[in-house]
Design a protein around this ligand. Structure first.
Ligand SMILES: CC(C)(COP(=O)(O)OP(=O)(O)OC[C@H]1O[C@@H](n2cnc3c(N)ncnc32)[C@H](O)[C@@H]1OP(=O)(O)O)[C@@H](O)C(=O)NCCC(=O)NCCS
Length: 156
């Protein structure tokens, strides 16, 4: 995951320790969802079952009660625009909805058009701006939210 993320300037950059913490299981009701796509995966597979083949894409999300946050998503540059990013975000939304989440949030650099188009296509709406949120280079973050209607969320 670290290797893939390091190839992508637009991704959120984490330390190895942060990835180790993200992959730890947590019994407290908060925790993280990690989805990965590797070379021979026909579908998305839980990270703990992945083999040793090359990782093509991953997504990390944090949940705390009814609020979920998409923290990072990276697709290898060689396989972009083939629907992997959309599949990962769709899977996150499906799992968050099933878990009774009210909404999924995320922040993205204002200039990151590829990611913003992906999120908007999948139903996220711009919900705010964080001034000078990013450094190197300094840039505003756009906050996105994808809310679930209670009737849809609860399958009524
Ligand atoms: C953003 C990212 C995850 C998209 O992944 P992807 O697998 O290429 O996206 P998909 O093929 O699923 O694209 C789904 C839709 O998103 C939009 N989209 C994706 N890339 C786009 C681009 N370069 N320009 C415009 N729209 C784009 C399109 O609407 C696309 O649908 P279409 O191909 O039918 O037009 C990928 O570009 C990436 O890893 N970027 C670097 C890391 C990053 O910026 N992460 C986000 C941090 S917040």
């Amino acid at each position: 995951m670290l290797g893939l993320e390091r190839q992508s300037a637009a991704a959120a950059h984490w330390t190895e320790l942060q990835y180790q913490v993200a992959l730890r299981t947590d019994e407290s009701g908060s925790g993280r969802l990690v989805l990965v796509v590797d070379q021979d995966a026909e579908g998305m597979i839980p990270s703990e079952q992945k083999g040793t083949t090359e990782l093509l894409a991953f997504l990390v999300a944090h949940y705390l009660g009814p609020e979920w946050e998409l923290e990072n998503i990276v697709v290898a540059s060689s396989v972009r625009r083939k629907g992997l990013g959309a599949r990962l975000v769709d899977e996150l939304l499906a799992r968050a909805r099933k878990a009774g989440s009210e909404a999924v949030f995320l922040e993205v650099r204002e200039s990151n058009q590829a990611a913003r188009m992906l999120y908007e296509k999948l139903g996220f709406e711009a919900a705010g701006r964080r001034k000078r949120y990013y450094v190197n280079p300094q840039e505003d973050a756009i906050l996105y939210r994808c809310g679930f209607q209670a009737s849809l969320r609860d399958g009524l």
